[in-house]
Write a protein that binds this ligand. Structure first.
Ligand SMILES: [Zn+2]
Length: 235
């Protein structure tokens, strides 16, 4: 898992990039884009085991979904994670997804974006990185192969000869933390509260009333670092 400061996650947590996370998407079959991967090997692109929740509705009336980090180690009993433990009552909530959240620099829009991919993309990305040393400096062509809604959609990654002197360290934009910004990073107690109330305690950030930041002291006291560290070791 990527390194991040617990203090930072507590203070800013999911709210830091709330509503501002910019996702990389190709919508049509054969559509292409040019990107830099913001990492060089699979250590920079860890997978995440996540649950999906509906956290509210957008102003347009659409459900807003977020991912929440699963607390359970592979093979551990479901009681390790309050969402996993809901299997019988709430199969949707208990479902665990293996995801990649790949930070990319989109050359076409000059923006840092997050590219969400499923488990099947691990091999494609690992192969591409291993064949292209210092891959972050290469302008990579991405091509979507598959129509909207086609579950067999794949993405091709191709190195180009284009030279743009790109260096990751020269990016001025903040890169979202995957755990905390993109994937909600909740404690056991916070997730347990969600199971019982269908919302996170004190979390009104997704309603139209605006963003409410949690009190950082309160958040810290609810943390269970020992449990979290054991989860980190798993990945
Ligand atoms: Zn879980």
């Amino acid at each position: 898992m990527p390194r991040f400061s617990y203090e930072e996650a507590d203070n800013y947590g999911s709210q830091n990039f709330e509503g501002k996370i910019n996702y990389f998407q190709l919508r049509k079959d054969g559509e292409k884009a040019y990107i830099h991967l913001l990492g060089n090997d699979m250590n920079d692109f860890p997978g995440y085991a996540v649950h999906q929740i509906t956290v509210g509705q957008s102003k347009a009336g659409k459900d807003v979904h977020r991912y929440v980090n699963c607390l359970r180690e592979a093979g551990a009993p479901v009681t390790e994670c309050p969402f996993c433990a809901e299997g019988k009552h709430n199969p949707e909530l208990s479902k665990v997804y293996a995801k990649l959240f790949i930070p990319v620099y989109n050359c076409d829009t000059d923006e840092v974006q997050i590219w969400e991919r499923g488990k099947k993309f691990f091999r494609t990305l690992a192969s591409y990185c291993s064949h292209n040393p210092n891959v972050s400096e290469i302008v990579t062509e991405v091509e979507r192969q598959g129509a909207v809604g086609d579950t067999a959609t794949t993405y091709g990654l191709y190195p180009t000869d284009e030279k743009d002197d790109f260096k990751m360290e020269n990016i001025s934009e903040d890169i979202p933390e995957i755990l905390g910004d993109v994937v909600l990073d909740k404690s056991f107690d916070e997730m347990d509260y969600y199971v019982k109330h269908n919302e996170f305690e004190g979390d009104k950030s997704n309603s139209d009333s605006g963003v409410t930041r949690r009190d950082s002291g309160e958040a810290t006291s609810r943390r269970t670092p020992t449990r979290r560290r054991s989860v980190e070791d798993e990945y």
